[in-house]
Design a protein around this ligand. Structure first.
Ligand code: ATP
Ligand code: MG
Length: 385
């Protein structure tokens, strides 16, 4: 890996009292021209008081950018991050705005809400699209009046909070679908930052990969391996549906299993294996080697469904994003069949169905015919040569 790749443009996020331990990375890598431009935009927006809406696929660094904006804003108070999708619907109001003792069943003692806790600082509301409609009205009021009223109280409390929100869905479509208020969207979307998916900023891939090697290498005290040229090619060619988080997990895992100072193709594990996504690696047998199960492997293996679900959301968000369930069925059947090297018994085992059902599905989607005619063609080709 060349010198310039090992020296990515980095911004240190260290310093200040605003670095909760939940942020795994302590620096940001911005090497691709698109990322540099993004950083310029962010630096311009940060010092203002304007609310910021950050959009981007899962794992693109939305929270990291939110923290960076807070740091650059020089606000004195804390940065607090709240995931709207993770709070119990009945408790959202109390979580955000607080409550007085005995104001509802189960409200023991009084509690200040996130808005009050973030006073003079920044409140980051992640997955804002998950906020129930009833709460959206209340949030809008708080933003307009710049004051909160705890549940069970009548006294408004003035607050000075910079709001940053994030979403991985298209909120404009959520508005059209009636699940998000347009007046709230207008209010939170004064400054919009779009975090491009990793595949749109390939210049970040290797600097990030090296950055993660360094960070995790230091943390676990391992020697820092280098990437083989084949590994580099794969890293650059892959589409990274899980974006930077996926890259981070893949590199972390590679670091744990690589020996001899090299990370090679077989150490890079992506969902389903490279072959399944169309890469010829020349060493397919290495991918069937069972790897020791560790907590890190779980995180790599746990994500596929989440990624599929995110990609479905993307698909549905496309302007003409209508898809027939039948197409998805075909896709699943086809991928399983290919993964099993066209072996019906193995493919049916992958999907947990009987061979008969597998055969029916293959026939229904025209997948058997395709393969037979392909085989016929290739055997005539052989005869002709
Ligand atoms: N520019 C970057 N430089 C270094 N690390 C980064 C960068 N961007 C993101 N990361 C790392 O990638 C991981 C994902 O980032 P983050 O949690 O901010 O993404 P997200 O968009 O909030 O994801 P999700 O939508 O899943 O919540 C984190 O571990 C973060 O530290
Ligand atoms: Mg996030």
């Amino acid at each position: 890996v060349s010198e310039e790749l090992t020296q990515p443009k980095m911004l240190s996020l260290d310093g200040g009292n605003t670095q909760p331990l939940s942020v795994r990375a302590r620096a940001l890598v911005f090497s691709d021209p698109l990322s540099e431009k993004l950083l310029e935009d962010v630096e311009r927006i940060a010092p203002s008081e304007a609310p910021v809406l950050i959009g981007g696929e899962t794992g693109t660094g939305k929270e990291l950018i939110a923290r960076h904006i807070h740091l650059l804003s020089k606000r004195h108070g804390p940065f607090l991050a709240v995931n709207c999708g993770a709070i119990n619907e009945e408790l959202v109001e109390s979580e955000l705005f607080g409550h007085e003792a005995g104001s509802f069943t189960g409200a023991t003692g009084k509690r200040i809400g996130w808005f009050e806790a973030a006073n003079e600082g920044t409140l980051f509301l992640d997955e804002i699209g998950d906020l129930p409609l009833s709460m959206q009205v209340k949030l809008l009021r708080v933003l307009q009046e710049r004051e909160v009223v705890r549940i069970g109280s009548r006294t408004p409390i003035p607050i000075n909070v910079r709001l940053i929100t994030a979403t991985n869905i298209n909120l404009q479509l959520a508005v059209s679908a009636g699940s998000f208020r347009s007046d709230l969207l207008y209010r939170i979307n004064i400054a919009y930052v779009r975090l491009p998916p990793l595949r749109e900023r390939p210049g970040d891939i290797l600097p990030l990969a090296n950055y993660f090697i360094n960070t995790y290498g230091d943390r676990i005290g391992y020697d820092k391996p280098e990437f083989s040229s084949r590994a580099i090619k794969l890293l650059l060619d892959y589409s990274w549906p899980g974006n930077i988080r996926e890259l981070e997990n893949v590199v972390h895992f590679a670091l744990l299993v690589a020996a001899d100072g090299y990370i090679d193709v077989e150490h890079l594990r992506v969902k389903g294996g490279w072959k399944a996504i169309g890469f010829e690696t020349h060493s397919p047998e290495l991918f069937s080697t069972p790897v020791q199960q560790t907590a890190e492997i779980e995180t790599v293996e746990d994500e596929p469904l989440e990624i599929i679900s995110n990609q479905l959301l993307r698909l549905f968000s496309l302007p003409n994003g209508k898809s027939h369930l039948d197409e998805f069925e075909k896709l699943v059947v086809k991928e399983a069949f290919n993964h099993a090297n066209q072996n019906q018994i193995h493919a049916s085992a992958l999907l947990g169905i009987t061979r008969n059902v597998m055969r029916t599905l293959l026939r229904r989607h025209g997948l058997l015919r395709e393969i037979y005619s392909y085989n016929r063609r290739s055997s005539t080709d052989v005869k002709n040569t």
